[in-house]
Design a binder for this molecule. Structure first.
Ligand SMILES: [Zn+2]
Length: 625
């Protein structure tokens, strides 16, 4: 039985109010999203990895369970296939969360941003070849260090290409950031990402409709092939397969390592992910370090001054291009000011003493920006981006000592329930509020009861109902997905597991030895390690030839390159995969010693260390304790 509710009258009324305040529909976005269409494959279907078929319902009338503005974006993100952006510049859109772009060189194609996974990237290349000729890939450019811009590279290049030194160009710091951004907090980010991208939701009018940035994420094979060329500075020029490119490096913008670039011969400007047809995230709700709105705005301004006067077309790694120099300039200036406005106004209000929640509630765009579709919060929102700016400058604490040392949710919850006169009285109050459409208040109130007593089925059901209506009302794809996934997990809790359901070990396997040991430091259980005392061993990796001195001191795991074996404590010799297997519990030390995958006198010390390292349960609870 589907426990999901219809939209309430309050939700329908909220949609009507929003619809009345939206920018005028000129049809320009749909014209841009379909311009230059050359062909596609049915439903952009790439078996096992990607398909738009489940989203066919988007072709119909908007249901009451979807925000009208998000519905519009969701339909724009349904346009799929190969599109001519300019003579020599082609994009495949709608084959993944991101776009893949092909530049026609003298001998073949330069690929920009080969999607998240190999299968959709290969399908896109095949489509390009069918329409533009069966030519080789002559180079790859990664615009930035996020996986939706490099993960599918093996779908467009082969092992032979890599061995032959095919140029792979990326901004300075690309590899470091690509590897490090998701490692130390990886399990928490990965789990929260299941909320943010709606991966667990049905694809229908009461489920996932769009991520805002694109439809959703592809599910094929992901890999990371390091770049061979690093772009160091703005103004740097490079000729790839006979095509000249002028680069602008934009560190600490949408990604820690990112770059925009311009093709003089095509008069085409690539804005990477620094400009998209929406308000992007200064804070990404799956969890990440907050981004620098000031730097972001500065680099858009610089791009406008460097390239826009000459450019005939502006394209990016998500969404559709914009044609004409005048339009490019207008768009860039608006995007520039969108981020700077949020930055400046947040700090203005903070300097008046307003707290993050108050600022986020008050912040509104000026009429000139509010009149544009591309400033709307399909991915980021004004609300959470204002909190990001506050956090960057002032941190998590709002300055009110009542919030300095709050009770944890379970303890606070039990006391709130008591003050409300017990669970039934709290639920009665919450149901009245639900009837008035006050879903934010219901969620705040009932959350106390769920955390005080997660077994209370009525509380869980009411909380799910409130989150669900908030999801239906959300303009932001990630907000909708967060709310609806929360509702789903309240209604259908996973059975608890005795052993940790560990996330992808694939990410661990891609780490260099140094980063792998660093990631193990955040697995060390402080209390257990404190009781175990000091230990030291030398770890020799037979697969990489590296040797590290590894120690535990003051319940902290240290590692540093060792000059020689057994420099500090007895040595153990193993491979990185063998060590990963031991840490995540795929095998035991006894078995590893027996089969020879671990050897050396240091094995005993390793045997003391392993039980001190935690295994992370990917499916930790979010909406309940
Ligand atoms: Zn992206």
């Amino acid at each position: 039985m589907d426990a999901r509710r219809d939209a309430t009258e309050a939700t329908i009324a909220a949609h009507q109010r929003l619809a009345a305040s939206l920018p005028a529909e000129t049809g320009e976005d749909m014209a841009n999203a379909t311009r230059g269409f050359l062909g596609t494959i049915p439903d952009a279907d790439v078996p096992g990895a990607w398909s738009l078929k489940p989203f066919e319902f988007l072709k119909g009338e908007r249901p009451d369970t979807v925000n009208p503005s998000l519905w519009r974006q969701a339909r724009l993100n349904m346009q799929h296939g190969l599109f001519e952006v300019a003579k020599g510049v082609y994009q495949v859109r709608g084959f993944d969360l991101s776009n893949i772009t092909f530049i026609e060189g003298e001998a073949g194609y330069v690929v920009i941003d080969p999607l998240i996974s190999a299968q959709p990237a290969a399908a896109a290349l095949k489509l390009m070849r069918e329409h533009r000729g069966d030519k080789p890939v002559t180079g790859v450019i990664y615009t930035h260090s996020h996986v939706d811009h490099y993960g599918g590279v093996r779908g467009v290049i082969s092992e032979d290409d890599i061995a032959a030194g095919l140029p792979i160009v990326a901004p300075e710091g690309f590899l470091r950031e690509a590897v490090s951004e998701n490692v130390l907090a990886g399990n928490a980010m990965g789990r929260r990402a299941t909320y943010m991208y709606g991966a667990l939701l049905p694809r229908d009018a009461k489920g996932h409709v769009d991520a805002g940035l694109g439809k959703t994420v592809s599910m094929g094979s992901v890999s990371l092939v390091p770049n061979t060329v690093s772009i160091q500075e703005t103004g740097e020029r490079l000729t790839l397969d006979g095509v000249e490119i002028v680069f602008q490096v934009t560190p600490d913008t949408e990604a820690p390592a990112e770059m925009n670039f311009y093709f003089p011969q095509f008069k085409a400007l690539c804005m990477a992910e620094n400009c998209t047809c929406q308000l992007h995230n200064l804070y990404t709700p799956r969890g990440a370090q907050v981004r620098d709105a000031r730097a972001w705005s500065h680099y858009i301004d610089e791009a406008e001054r460097m390239f826009a006067a000459e450019a005939d077309v502006l394209f990016a790694s998500h969404h559709w291009p914009r044609w004409g120099s005048g339009e490019a300039r207008r768009f860039l200036r608006q995007q520039r000011d969108l981020y700077k406005y949020i930055h400046d106004q947040t700090l203005r209000m903070a300097n008046h003493g307003l707290t993050p929640v108050e600022i986020a509630e008050e912040l509104a765009l000026p009429p000139s920006l509010a009149a544009e579709w591309h400033t709307r919060g399909y991915y980021g929102t004004l609300n959470h981006n204002a909190k990001a700016v506050y956090q960057r400058y002032l941190g998590w604490f709002d300055g009110n000592p009542a919030n300095l040392h709050k009770l944890p949710p379970g303890e606070a919850g039990a006391r709130y329930v008591e003050v409300a006169g017990g669970a039934d009285a709290l639920l009665a109050k919450a149901r009245e509020a639900y009837g008035r459409g006050e879903y934010r208040w219901v969620a705040e109130l009932v959350n106390h009861l769920v955390f005080a007593d997660p077994a209370n089925g009525e509380a869980r059901a009411l909380q799910a109902d409130a989150l669900e209506q908030m999801g239906y009302q959300s303009e932001s794809g990630p907000w909708r997905a967060f709310y609806l996934t929360g509702a789903q997990e309240l209604r259908n809790p996973r059975p608890p597991s005795e052993t940790p359901r560990q996330g992808a070990a694939g990410q661990l396997r891609s780490l260099p030895a140094d980063a792998l040991l660093e990631s193990f430091a955040v697995r060390l259980h402080g209390q257990k390690a404190g009781a175990a005392g000091e230990l030291a061993l030398t770890v020799a990796f037979s697969d990489t030839g590296e040797t590290f001195a590894v120690s535990v001191e003051n319940a902290v795991l240290h590692h540093r390159p060792a000059a020689g074996v057994a420099e500090e404590g007895a040595a153990v010799t193993l491979t990185r995969p063998a060590l990963i297997g031991l840490v995540i519990g795929e095998t035991t030390l006894d078995k590893a010693l027996a089969d020879g995958s671990v050897a050396g006198e240091g094995a005993a010390e390793l045997g003391r260390l392993l039980p001190l390292l935690d295994r992370f349960d990917f499916w930790f609870e979010i909406v309940a304790p």
